[in-house]
Design a protein around this ligand. Structure first.
Ligand SMILES: C[S@@+](CC[C@H](N)C(=O)[O-])C[C@H]1O[C@@H](n2cnc3c(N)ncnc32)[C@H](O)[C@@H]1O
Length: 197
């Protein structure tokens, strides 16, 4: 376990996120997490939300370490992570909830569009979609730290960058998802809650 990838950000944000998820996911049973990263969120949230099955996923290159972490925790509601590349064919499995954290600013705009198209395919009416991360409002950064973060992201990959919330809401709407709450989170992040109508 000590040799597995570790994210301090996950450690810092998991409790504030859990406080929101506990309420939002009270009636959900099958959740897909897109871009599970280290798997820390999957193990933490699955252990605190035992009423739902938490299906972790990521690109193939991340699966091994995510599954090492998942195996270590031995949680009945946390199956092995599956490969899900946002730009490829999505799983045929249906879910009543989807969660993703800190992914939409890492991937390209085309992949953000593919993310919403994929979420639209695997969900039905009343599904919850929860998206955690930083967003811009009316093309403005919400803090200097987010502006610096965006510069850092674009320096690394010019296709990445903090997304405009208005665009995200529009993409969600095209898949029948309505923004029902935009929760302010620590460190200038947001937790967007959409419901499929
Ligand atoms: C900044 S990390 C966030 C990880 C984790 N969700 C968290 O909050 O710590 C971005 C994640 O997006 C994933 N990712 C990047 N491109 C992807 C793609 N095309 N399909 C699926 N996941 C992707 C990465 O593998 C990584 O796990």
């Amino acid at each position: 376990m000590t040799q597995l990838p570790f994210s301090q950000a996950c450690e810092n944000n998991q409790r504030p996120i859990l406080a929101v998820l506990t309420h939002k996911l009270a009636d959900s049973l099958h959740l897909l997490e897109v871009g599970s990263g280290t798997g820390q969120h999957a193990t933490f949230f699955a252990s605190h939300l035992p009423h739902l099955t938490w299906q972790a996923s990521d690109q193939h290159c991340n699966l091994h370490h995510i599954n090492c972490r998942i195996k270590h925790f031995k949680l009945p509601n946390l199956p092995a992570a599956v490969v899900l590349d946002i730009g490829n064919t999505w799983t045929e499995q249906h879910y009543d909830a989807v969660f993703t954290s800190n992914t939409l600013h890492i991937i390209s705009k085309q992949l953000v569009e593919a993310f919403f198209a994929g979420v639209g395919l695997i969900t039905s009416t009343n599904a919850n979609l929860l998206i955690y991360g930083p967003f811009n409002y009316q093309k403005q950064y919400t803090s200097d730290s987010n502006a610096n973060f965006d510069l850092w992201l674009k320096d690394r990959d010019p296709h990445s960058g903090i997304r405009d919330i208005e665009w995200i809401v529009e993409l969600a709407k095209a898949q029948q998802f309505e923004l029902v709450e935009d929760v302010s989170m620590p460190a200038n992040n947001r937790l967007l809650h959409f419901i499929k109508r």
